[in-house]
Design a protein around this ligand. Structure first.
Ligand code: AP5
Ligand code: ZN
Length: 214
C-alpha cells in the first residue's frame, strides 16, 4: 500500500503517518524528519535545507526528489510506505508519478487531513519536538508523561524554530500556493481521500483506517 499524506503544516500528517506505519507495518518516510536529521548532523544537505526551512520556505525540488525516489527503492518499501511531507509541489508529484510508472506502480491513497488555518497557528504554538529523536508532542493534545522530557528517549522538548507564529503564517501561505494544487492532482488520479483533521487524534485515525481497510 503506497500512501501520501496531504494537508497544511501542523494538520497532523506526521501524527497519523506514524500510526499508519505501525498498524500496516510499512515505513514512514518524512522529508521534514530527514532534513532535520541532516541539520542536526551538520551535513551539507542539512546546511542547504536549513536556510529555507528557517524562513518557512520549501527546499528546492531538486534537493528533495532524488532523495525520496532513492529511498522508496529500498527493500523495506516493497510492501509500500507512507510518505509524509512529499510531494509538496506539482513538479515533485510529477517526478514521483514518473518514477513509479517506470516500475509499473502508482500511489494508492492520497489522504488529505483537513484543518482550517485558524486552528493551525494554535496547534503549532503548542507543539514540542524532541531535540534528540524528533518525536512530536503537544502541550494540550498529546502531552509527554514528564513535562519538557521526551517519553521515548528522555531528550529535551523544544519549540521548533519554524513553529514560531511569524514563520507558521509564511508556511501556511506557501502551502496554499504550492502544495494545495496537489489536492486536484491526486483527485484527478483517483487517489484522493479527505478526512476531518480537527477531531481527536484517535478519531482521525479511525477515519483513515476505514479508508485503508482494517
Ligand atoms: P515538515 O516537517 O514536513 O513540516 P510540515 O508539513 O509543515 O508539517 P509539520 O511537521 O509541521 O506538521 P504535521 O502535519 O506533520 O503535524 P503534526 O502531526 O506534527 O517540513 C518542514 C520543512 O521542511 C518545510 O517547511 C520545508 O522547508 C521542508 N520540506 C519538507 N519536505 C519538503 C518537500 N517535499 N519539498 C520542499 N521542502 C520540504 O501535528 C502538529 C501538532 O498538532 C502536534 O503537536 C500534534 O501533537 C498536534 N495534533 C496532531 N493531530 C491533532 C489532532 N487531531 N488534534 C489536536 N492536536 C493534534
Ligand atoms: Zn526523544
Amino acid at each position: 500500500m503506497r500512501i501520501i499524506m496531504l494537508g497544511a503544516p501542523g494538520a497532523g500528517k506526521g501524527t497519523q503517518a506514524i500510526k499508519i506505519s505501525e498498524k500496516y507495518k510499512i515505513p514512514h518516510i518524512s522529508t521534514g524528519d530527514i532534513f532535520r536529521a541532516n541539520i542536526k548532523n551538520g551535513t551539507p544537505l542539512g546546511e542547504k535545507a536549513k536556510t529555507y526551512m528557517d524562513q518557512g520556505l520549501l527546499v528546492p525540488d531538486e534537493l528533495v526528489v532524488e532523495l525520496v525516489v532513492d529511498r522508496i527503492q529500498n527493500e523495506d518499501c516493497e510492501k509500500g510506505y507512507v510518505l509524509d511531507g512529499f510531494p509538496r509541489t506539482i513538479p515533485q508529484a510529477e517526478a514521483l508519478t514518473k518514477a513509479l510508472e517506470a516500475v509499473g506502480q502508482k500511489i494508492d491513497f492520497a489522504i488529505d487531513v483537513e484543518v482550517p488555518d485558524e486552528n493551525i497557528v494554535r496547534r503549532m504554538s503548542g507543539r514540542r519536538a524532541c531535540v534528540d529523536c524528533g518525536a512530536t508532542y503537544h502541550l494540550v493534545y498529546a502531552a509527554p508523561k514528564k513535562e519538557g522530557i521526551c517519553d521515548q528517549c528522555e531528550g529535551s522538548l523544544i519549540l521548533r524554530e519554524d513553529d514560531k507564529p511569524e514563520t507558521v503564517s509564511k508556511r501556511l501561505s506557501v502551502y496554499h500556493e504550492q502544495t494545495q494544487p496537489l489536492i486536484d492532482y491526486y483527485s484527478n488520479a483517483g487517489a484522493l481521500k479527505s478526512v476531518d483533521g480537527t477531531i481527536d487524534i484517535e478519531d482521525v485515525f479511525q477515519a483513515i483506517v476505514e479508508i485503508l481497510g482494517a
